[in-house]
Design a protein. Structure first.
Length: 173
């Protein structure tokens, strides 16, 4: 509760930012224009996700499968537009309360990712605010080194690039 309790304080004009919450936990949050239902659909509709959730320019998502229900799974595959680099995120949904909350495991596999990369827990919340919907993603890593490596890799910047792409589409109305 303390992790998500202060989410309403984020400003609507603020880019995606990462906040270190403790030794293994980071929150990346941003206000998106659009309703909670629209933001939820953007994250979990397999026809919408590949249109925007690509991180920095130069990537595509050729494969996307999501079953957003307790025990359901997801798999998202990103492919570089300039070379053969690929990576995949897979996981299982642990808790789903559409359209406001989802908690799931996540494991990255692929180019540039250590073969023994640890599974993490992600928690997504969608909170209505005056300017739209506050989307907050809390990442729980197995240790501080992994947390720091993901921050250094640019998780907030990659999410901001995706959010900008999302807001440039008609997906949020």
């Amino acid at each position: 509760d303390a992790v998500v309790g202060d989410q309403r304080t984020f400003a609507a004009d603020r880019p995606a930012t990462s906040d270190v919450l403790d030794a293994t936990t980071v929150r990346v949050a941003r206000v998106l224009r659009g309703s909670v239902d629209q933001a939820w659909a953007a994250y979990f509709d397999v026809d919408l996700v590949p249109r925007w959730m690509l991180g920095p320019d130069g990537w595509s998502m050729p494969d996307c499968a999501i079953t957003a229900e307790v025990g359901g799974t997801y798999e998202q595959v990103w492919q570089s537009d300039t070379d053969d680099a690929r990576f995949t995120s897979t996981g299982t949904f642990l808790d789903v309360a559409a359209p406001h909350h989802a908690r799931f495991t996540a494991r990255l596999v692929g180019d540039g990712i250590p073969a023994d990369a640890a599974e993490t827990i992600h928690e997504l919340t969608f909170t209505p605010v005056e300017a739209g919907t506050l989307v907050a993603r809390v990442y729980r890593y197995p240790d501080t080194a992994t947390r720091d490596a993901m921050i250094a890799a640019g998780i907030a910047e990659g999410m901001e690039a995706s959010f900008q792409r999302l807001e440039a589409t008609d997906l949020l109305g």
